[in-house]
Write a protein that binds this ligand. Sequence first.
Ligand code: GLA
Length: 390
Amino acid sequence: MKQKLYDKFAELFGAADDAHFYFAPGRVNLIGEHTDYNGGHVFPCALTLGTYGVARKREDRLMHFYSCNLEDIGVVEASLDDLTNKDSYDWANYPLGVVWTFSEKGYKLENGFDMVIWGNIPNGAGLSSSASLEVLTGVILTDLYGITDLSPIDLALFGQYSENNFNGCNCGIMDQFTVAVGKKDNAIFLDTNTLEYEYAPIQLEDSKIIITNSNVKHSLVTSEYNVRRQECADALSDLQKELPISSLGELTPEKFEEAKHLIRDEVRLKRAKHAVYENQRTITAVKALKEGDIKKFGELMNQSHVSLRDDYEVSCKEIDLLVELSWNTPGVIGSRITGGGFGGCTVSIVKNEAVDEFIKNVGEAYADKFGYEAEFYVVNIGGGASRLDV
Ligand code: GLA
């Protein structure tokens, strides 16, 4: 892969000897969905799937972006003198948004750069291909321009800022955070209210984590993602009439039950209920995992799905079928939708000896019903974004 990217870089931009090589992972969330913009907990891990990039500084103020995944689009050219989102830039609005964010935050670049990327995260599958690209760009910029006072967490926040303000998705911090601080063989237990986090080793001796891609593409910019976020904000302001809280994540289920009469609107009530209970489920699940109780972890994953399907309403019929097929397969410890929703992927924990059967049964029944294939990936948990040629 490295050679292929260097060759392409050299072909497009001239000898690549002084260009550098970078990687940023995708992520899968094990539990804690739609809690990150509600001040709750999440429990994601970085994947070994991700986005690779080769980049080099230029002498002038131009930036060139090329994706080996989207060759038809060709080289996208933009200038540091016009950092605005343009439809014609297509995917390059993601790295460009990060350049814009650097500039907004006081890191104005004097020179442009050339960048060639290739990724193996399926696009629009809820595995954070966009966050991967954002944090990759952040790592490239800090490295190329010798910026030493930004931490991986800063780069995660810059990526989120860019996505919120340049690319129109009001996402939380989970994805960029995971991409930036991921650690091999560990999930990240993150409190999105304080950004305090701890790594939790994932040592599943007798089972595997499996991602199933429904191949129903989702776009969080055009989906109801931003609507959900607003519904939660509205529920919070209803509660704030009597409660001194600044996020739904501050409420235990018990406190929520006492106060929920303040939310009159039924839809808002369901959304808030999900946010509060999902946060509690995440805390309980991580505790169960630490105690080696994987069965309980799986049950909580299943409950998470039901809540996302019925109360948060971010699932769809294809994903519900995948999850139900998984639940009905012997050897499946837990299964749920993962990521932003409205399509995308499920995540399941499956006993080693049941993996082949799982892929066969779920795959066949899914293709029978919908006429196209699901895809399966056995998860390997990787590290965070970095320069690789050091
Ligand atoms: C998307 C967003 C995240 C998070 C998840 C849902 O992936 O980018 O911030 O809200 O959806 O948990």
